[in-house]
Design a protein around this ligand. Structure first.
Ligand code: ADP
Ligand code: MG
Length: 216
């Protein structure tokens, strides 16, 4: 389960202040797929970064199951994230000089819990078994998206956070990713997706819309 209570995040540059999040609360239970949508600049990526403990909110609290991830030293956030959260970004999910399989192994190593059988299963699930030895730069767009997802699933996370996971993909590849996300939700896992895609909207259990850092 992931729970965010009254998150605020402000960015300051000189006299300018951008209020990226203004009191955003959300909850996603295991088994549930929650979509965060809203126009560009409405705060979706900022919200996901705060949920992942990659960014610190200026106010409010994020809980992953019984553990608070916000307002803790970065090494503690990183450890909790490695153990419990899978994060998928639009790009940059993979380390370039490692193969797909090595990327998965590294993600597992960070938690000290190697599980080669699960890594194989994840590669099968994402249709990447034959591409396990490939370097990220040699993957197609759809393969790279699936590889990013595979790495995010490396530690059977209780929470999966995906920022525009189908942003650049054709509809068939998008449908495949959504099927995978549904199967992961049923594992069970709490899934939060930021997206503009109408297909993702139809597919989500619950939709939250952000406007100027607030849920409307
Ligand atoms: P979305 O993902 O919905 O497009 P973002 O969360 O990326 O929105 O951005 C929300 C607002 O915060 C925007 O106005 C954006 O310009 C601003 N913002 C995001 N990141 C930063 C940053 N690192 N520094 C300053 N402003 C930022
Ligand atoms: Mg964004």
């Amino acid at each position: 389960m992931i729970l965010a209570d009254e998150l605020y995040r402000f960015y300051r540059a000189g006299d300018e202040e951008v209020k990226a999040l203004r009191g955003v609360s959300l909850k996603a239970d295991p088994g549930e797929i929650v979509l965060v949508t809203g126009p560009s600049g409405s705060g979706k990526s900022t919200l996901l970064a705060c949920l992942a403990g990659l960014d610190e909110p200026d106010g409010g609290t994020v809980w992953i199951d019984q553990s608070r991830i916000s307002h803790r030293p970065e090494p503690e956030r990183a450890a909790l994230r490695a153990r419990s959260i899978g994060v998928v970004f639009q790009s940059g999910n993979l380390i370039e000089h490692l193969t797909v399989r090595q990327n998965l192994d590294l993600a597992q190593k960070l938690t000290g819990q190697r599980d080669a059988a699960w890594a194989d299963q994840v590669l099968d699930l994402t249709g990447l078994a034959t591409r396990a030895g490939a370097r990220p730069s040699t993957l197609s767009g759809g393969e790279a998206a699936r590889a990013g997802l595979a790495v995010a699933l490396a530690n059977r996370p209780a929470v999966l956070l995906a920022d525009e996971p189908t942003g650049e993909l054709d509809r068939t590849t998008e449908a495949g990713i959504l099927t995978l996300l549904r199967a992961q939700a049923e594992r069970p896992c709490a899934v939060v997706i930021a997206s503009h895609s109408p297909a993702v909207r139809r597919f989500a259990d619950r939709v939250l819309t952000l406007h100027d850092g607030r849920i409307t």
